[in-house]
Design a protein around this ligand. Structure first.
Ligand code: FES
Length: 127
């Protein structure tokens, strides 16, 4: 038997804007909880005993800064916004453990429309 691949990857945006930057960021001094969310997520996965088959990944900006803190759950391309510890608890319980996406925390479809295939994008660029 081979090494099993993870069932889920959770990409947590860990971008922090430098002090004085007007742009919002997913990790910021103004929101102290935002600085603890990755650690919290990892601890919860360990407590559940699912670390490894659920792999949390620290990532950079995913260009949805205005609705941060955000994280992307794969597979499924599910982007969760406005994260707090409470929201992470529910996402782990309902989405990760029970397979039900927590729709009320999912990004607005206006901000997360269908993807453009790379082949179509190349055409749009006239290449
Ligand atoms: S800083 Fe997190 S999406 Fe941009």
């Amino acid at each position: 038997m081979g090494i099993p691949q993870p069932a889920f990857y959770i990409f947590k945006c860990e971008q922090s804007a430098p002090p004085g930057m007007p742009k919002p960021s997913c990790v910021s001094a103004q929101n102290p909880e935002s600085q603890e969310l990755f650690q919290y997520l990892a601890q919860k996965l360990m407590q559940e005993g699912v670390m490894g088959t659920v792999q949390p990944i620290r990532t950079g900006c995913m260009n949805r800064c205005n609705v941060g803190p955000v994280m992307l759950v794969e597979p499924g391309h599910i982007m969760y916004t406005g994260l707090t510890k409470e929201k992470i608890d529910r996402i782990i319980k309902e989405h990760i453990m029970e397979g039900k996406v927590v729709e009320e925390y999912v990004i607005d479809s206006e901000l997360w429309d269908e993807p453009i295939s790379p082949a179509d994008m190349k055409k749009q660029m006239g290449m």
